[in-house]
Design a protein around this ligand. Structure first.
Ligand code: GLU
Length: 543
């Protein structure tokens, strides 16, 4: 068969010489040992924990070796494409401080661009044409229905499904048959002519799993679809070669395609990057472990962490704990060091399923947030509120001095009782509302039948915002005595029948009137932060 003529018929026109691509995309000029890694998401709009898992590994390996991390968008499947998806990927990853050096919509070197696969059609076709010319690829005219029939037949016979061996009907079409179909205008795809034999096992050195054995590929996979766009398998081989990728950490769901990728790289005459297949994130569900699911587990989506306001460092610490077996110990010794100082290694990544436990993440979050200064807490919460908070929540940060005081008080910053139960920004913001907005709802009192009016009136009569906390408290005691409450707890305990209640009940009335809440930090400090006018206004409103 005249393959050259066939290639010309299938993909007419002049394509640049293949060698010119080698010149256009030369090997990168990087120090020895520097790794070039990438993230290659499809623009589906859904970016998940598995992506972050791989992103952290790729980012660490690239940057700690003095290499490059780039972002490539694998948009060959138009059906799955969603508008704004690239922005979504970038935003989601930026939150976790994944910095790309190059790539789609990244301000960086564009020697290896374009970064969108749809913009790389010419180079893919040039190589497809070459494979046809050397007899390693051929046109296939089978329709969807025919392929479906084939699948059914194979399933019924309990054979491996797919287009291979004796089932690869178009593989051995004669020249005459091919041209006849082309003349009839039949649509076609281009398939790889596989030379593999599933009897042959290949030893493969996975960067994470170590030496594994895979079966040689014998599937004549589609490399160019009927619309002239390549499949993922083919496009990624071209791209990883010409973007000079040296290492790919990706999910283990790709392990099944590895034999195809090995054969494609060989057929193209390219040296393969190293691959490391990381294990899937599992969730304990009752007695069983299962993969995190998009439908059932909101915590799979990275959006979840930003919307709830998880502290990025906490999520990263947990991810690193899951990613590298020696991270936890390192972190115990170096709790305040930048995470970049940890020496990450692909070899220390888990070889089988990793359990993702949101309670563990929450514990880490509480601990991380309890280390923040008031200024750090301010900036963390403000960033969250600017994007996800209500209008009221956003406004709270315009009074920055007040907010810093509120945070110091509510989080116990610098005090003996540092609050250690805050997991997210949304939770924290929920605790601060009463400092900025008058309470609309009031929590229940412990003692219901107390004469609140007398207490509130008594307070308004005595209140002076200039009082220090001792003077202030002495006045509360006076109000207690005047209204039949024990001014001293011990007196009340000694003879509870003699009083309507204790000074604590009096304070509670004032507390709920001021904040709407039965439990708050020190009330004197709260009233100091609110200021005299607001404090009086709230007590008056409660009256
Ligand atoms: N585009 C593939 C995905 O969406 C990337 C696979 C790879 O990293 O090679 O998962």
């Amino acid at each position: 068969m005249d393959y050259k003529a066939l290639a010309e018929r299938l993909l007419p026109g002049d394509y640049p010489a293949l060698a010119s691509y080698e010149e256009k995309y030369p090997p990168r000029n990087l120090p020895k040992g520097a790794q070039v890694t990438r993230l290659a998401p499809s623009p589906t709009g859904f970016i998940h924990l598995g992506n972050l898992f791989a992103a952290i590994a790729n980012e660490r390996i690239a940057h700690q070796s003095g290499g490059i991390l780039y972002l490539r968008i694998e948009d060959t499947d138009l059906k799955r494409k969603v508008d704004g998806a690239v922005e979504a990927v970038k935003n989601a990853l930026r939150y976790f401080d994944i910095r790309f050096d190059e790539g789609a919509e990244i301000d960086g070197d564009n020697t290896y661009a374009p970064w969108y696969q749809r913009q790389r059609a010419e180079i893919y076709r040039a190589f497809v044409k070459h494979l046809i010319e050397i007899g390693r690829a051929y046109p296939c005219f089978c329709s969807e229905e025919e392929l479906e029939c084939l699948r059914e037949e194979q399933t019924a016979k309990k054979e491996i499904t797919g287009y291979y061996g004796k089932y690869a009907r178009c593989r051995n079409l004669s020249e005459e048959e091919i041209y006849k179909k082309l003349d009839e205008g039949k649509p076609f795809v281009i398939r790889l002519r596989s030379m593999g034999d599933p009897e042959n096992k290949i030893k493969f050195c996975d960067a994470i799993k170590g030496e594994i054995t895979v079966t040689e590929n014998d599937q004549d996979v589609v490399i160019l679809k009927s619309d002239g766009i390549p499949t993922y398998h083919f496009a990624h081989a071209i791209d990883d070669h010409f973007m000079r990728t040296t290492l790919v950490i990706r999910g283990e769901e790709w392990l099944a395609s590895l034999p195809i990728h090995i054969e494609l790289f060989d057929a193209l005459g390219f040296e393969r990057p190293r691959y490391g297949h990381n294990c899937s994130l599992m969730k304990q569900d009752g007695e069983t472990r299962r993969k995190l699911s998009k439908r059932k587990d909101p915590e799979l989506s990275l959006e979840f962490y930003r919307k709830e306001g998880y502290y990025a460092r906490a999520v990263k610490v947990y991810m690193l704990t899951l990613l590298n077996s020696n991270f936890e110990e390192w972190y115990l010794k170096n709790p305040d060091k930048p995470l970049e100082e940890f020496k990450f290694s692909a070899e220390k990544m888990s070889k089988s399923g990793t359990l993702f436990d949101i309670d563990k993440l929450n514990d880490i979050s509480k601990n991380e947030l309890s280390k923040l200064s008031a200024e750090e807490m301010f900036s963390f919460l403000k960033t969250w509120a600017d994007e996800f908070g209500s209008e009221e929540e956003k406004l709270r940060f315009s009074e920055s001095e007040k907010m810093l005081k509120v945070l110091t008080l509510c989080m116990g910053i610098g005090g003996k009782k540092r609050r250690k139960d805050i997991t997210t920004a949304s939770q924290a913001m929920g605790l601060l509302g009463y400092f900025f907005e008058r309470p609309a709802e009031f929590e229940a009192y412990r003692v219901e039948d107390v004469d609140k009016t007398a207490i509130l009136k008594g307070f308004l009569a005595k209140y002076d915002a200039k009082d220090d906390s001792q003077t202030w408290f002495a006045k509360i005691k006076e109000i207690a005595s005047e209204n039949g409450f024990a001014a001293e707890m011990k007196d009340y305990k000694a003879d509870p029948e003699a009083y309507k209640g204790s000074v604590a009940d009096v304070a509670e009335v004032l507390r709920i009137a001021t904040t709407g809440k039965a439990n708050t930090p020190d009330l004197w400090t709260i009233q100091q932060i609110l200021g005299e006018t607001e404090t009086r206004a709230r007590i008056a409103a409660a009256l």
